[in-house]
Design a protein around this ligand. Structure first.
Ligand code: ATP
Ligand code: MG
Length: 247
């Protein structure tokens, strides 16, 4: 479809086209398109920008990723479709490994997603071999890599479903989420929920990773003084304000 560059929502329309294409190629699950729509709606309420509370959460997420012994970034269809290069770049900056872990799981889709990341420069992508199980969720979705999520102490889970976020938290891992919905179970279960659009959040976390390298005291201070509950309240207040603003 031809989309005119001066359409006021050009970027959003192009993103939808891209995701729709990736869904035809089997990278994105069809229901991933619905999840994207929910995200877009919440992004309106943020004014489609990184609000100060989200920037604070991004900084704390960066601090956790640098403090981790075994940091892992999980990648599903939506995250890959929207931000594969950004996630690869963030993984290199920390450094952390990427693990393909998807809700609608078939061996074919896992392979396609791993190949997609590798074609874009990702290295040592985990997920093809899922030899560990997370407790507390239905067996198929519990599967993960023992080298990755299974033994990670800190996991960054962009656009993840609530059950798995809770299972990761229950397994004692530090859970960092990227999710535009401050009411989602994922955002609530996380230790740090970055309520921001993934294509803004990921490079922002990467920027903080570079700023916080070699600053262990700052990192620990950021981690110790952060409350996810308070941060989510700030986000919700920002969203409410935007609803009542005169236009
Ligand atoms: P729960 O966490 O309670 O299971 P959910 O049903 O909203 O909630 P999913 O549908 O599993 O969760 O995941 C999709 C989530 O990803 C939504 O909360 C949505 O707001 C968020 N999301 C979608 N697109 C983006 C995006 N581009 N950037 C950041 N978050 C997004
Ligand atoms: Mg969710």
């Amino acid at each position: 479809m031809e989309i005119s560059k001066d359409h006021p929502r050009y970027r959003s329309l192009m993103t939808r086209e891209k995701l729709s294409e990736l869904s035809k190629e089997g990278i994105l699950a069809p229901t991933g398109l619905i999840a994207h729509g929910r995200g877009e709606a919440f992004d309106y309420l943020l004014g489609e920008r990184t609000v100060p509370a989200a920037n604070e959460a991004a900084k704390v997420a960066a601090a956790h990723l640098l403090e981790a012994r075994r940091p892992i970034i999980t990648v599903n269809g939506n995250a890959a479709g929207l931000c594969a290069k950004g996630l690869i770049s963030l993984a290199n900056a920390i450094p952390a490994r990427l693990e393909v872990n998807i809700f609608h799981r078939t061996p074919g889709r896992i392979e396609r997603l791993c190949n997609y990341l590798e074609e874009l420069g990702g290295r040592d992508i985990l997920g093809r071999e899922q030899d560990a199980l997370l407790k507390g969720i239905e067996s198929d979705r519990a599967r993960c890599s023992s080298e990755g999520i299974g033994s990670a102490d800190v996991v960054l889970i962009p656009l993840e479903d609530g059950d798995r976020a809770s299972a990761l938290a229950a397994a004692g891992k530090v859970v960092l989420a990227i999710d535009l919905n401050p009411l989602s179970r994922t955002a609530i279960a996380a230790d740090v929920a970055v309520v921001d659009e993934i294509t803004r959040a990921v490079p922002n976390i990467e920027r903080h990773v570079y700023d916080l390298k070699g600053q262990p005291q700052d990192r620990r201070f950021l981690i110790d003084s952060f409350s996810n509950e308070n941060n989510l309240s700030l986000i919700k207040r920002t969203m409410c304000k935007s609803l009542f603003q005169k236009s």
